[in-house]
Design a protein around this ligand. Structure first.
Ligand code: FES
Length: 348
């Protein structure tokens, strides 16, 4: 469900990125309370077409949290262009309550973030909350940007360094800038990480790894960690956008001629036909426009539903952990029926 929120502040972070802060009225404070690492979906209608985008919350989840997101201009990105060029303080935007499972509830231990570009956004909230709330927790941030000028939230990260010099460690890798200081430059790829990580820390002492950024960086970091013997259960991932070469959709299976989907949403159920080639989400949306979604690209996880019965084929999944898939969860926006009847529960 979307809520109209007023823009309180717009702060320019780089040439192509802003931080947008919303005013949350007292009656919606509980709704918009976030777990560090979560995102919110924003909605806008252009020429009668509804556009939704998810943006991560960058602020710590303190007792009185501020709702602020980082938005970077994406090539041909309708929403990001609007946010950077048109959006003004005082405007109202439709905002969905925080969601997402790329989260860390503060606990003692050692944690590492490996992020690229705007992937810093949720990890800034994760690190900021952890260090403020848990005096015996440590966080190491390895971030990669093209240049210093293109790096989002430089001040906020520097502030963490000042505040927690003993517990916060920063490695900033710049891919397109020669550094005079002897600090790392070049791409943060798999090979690089396999050398860098053991030199920085004891990988087996890390309680959680948070990887966030473009597909290539997240995949490379995961492979490096697996090669270093890090168990899959300690690795958390969030992909921000799919670069070329992202995994192709799963091969098509035979689709039954007349499939139906039964969906439960907010306690109400219905059964509807699934048209040829459309996803289960599209079939549900035709009848229940309130079905949850944001990216429709298998990335954000907003359309997660429990598969009660039947079988489905998922094109791609960059949002659900393997344990969630094993437990029976699917992404409705990527699912197609593989049996004549499929039943989803969006409430579980
Ligand atoms: S709507 Fe984003 S994963 Fe389905």
């Amino acid at each position: 469900m979307f809520h109209p929120l007023q823009v309180r502040e717009i702060e320019r972070l780089t040439d192509d990125a802003v931080a947008v802060t919303f005013t949350v009225p007292p009656e919606l404070r509980a709704t918009f309370r976030h777990t560090p690492g979560q995102h919110i979906a924003l909605r806008r209608t252009v020429d009668g077409r509804e556009i939704r985008r998810t943006y991560s919350i960058c602020t710590p989840a303190t007792d009185d949290p501020v709702l602020r997101v980082g938005i970077r201009l994406v090539e041909d990105g309708t929403f990001s262009t609007y946010a950077l060029k048109e959006l003004a303080v005082g405007d109202t935007v439709d905002v969905m309550a925080p969601a997402g499972r790329f989260t860390l509830v503060p606990r003692p231990g050692r944690f590492v973030g490996i992020v690229g570009g705007s992937g810093i956004t949720p990890v800034l909230s994760i690190a900021g909350t952890l260090l403020a709330r848990q005096s015996d927790a440590h966080f190491c941030l390895i971030r990669s940007d093209r240049t210093t000028a293109s790096a989002m939230f430089l001040e906020e990260v520097a502030d963490l360094k000042d505040r927690y010099p003993e517990r916060f460690q920063l490695v900033h890798v710049l891919s397109r800038e020669e550094r005079q200081t002897g600090l790392p430059s070049g791409r943060l790829d798999q090979e690089r990480l396999r050398t860098l990580l053991p030199a920085l820390l004891r990988t087996d002492s890390v309680d959680g790894w948070f990887l966030c950024g473009p597909y290539g960086l997240v995949q490379g970091a995961e492979q490096a960690l697996r090669a270093l013997g890090v168990p899959r259960t300690r690795i958390h991932e969030e992909i921000f956008h799919l670069d070329n070469g992202a995994a192709a959709p799963a091969p098509a299976t035979t689709v039954p001629a007349h499939s139906t989907v039964t969906a439960t949403l907010d306690g109400r159920s219905g059964t509807w036909p699934v048209h040829d080639g459309e996803s289960l989400l599209e079939a549900v949306l035709r009848n229940r426009p309130d079905a949850p979604y944001a990216c429709k690209g298998g990335v954000c996880g907003t359309c997660r539903a429990f598969l009660v019965s039947g079988e489905i084929r998922m094109d791609r999944n960059f949002a659900l952990e393997s344990e969630e898939v094993d437990a029976g969860y699917v992404l409705a926006c990527q699912s197609h029926p593989a049996t004549e009847q499929v039943e989803l529960d969006f409430d579980r």
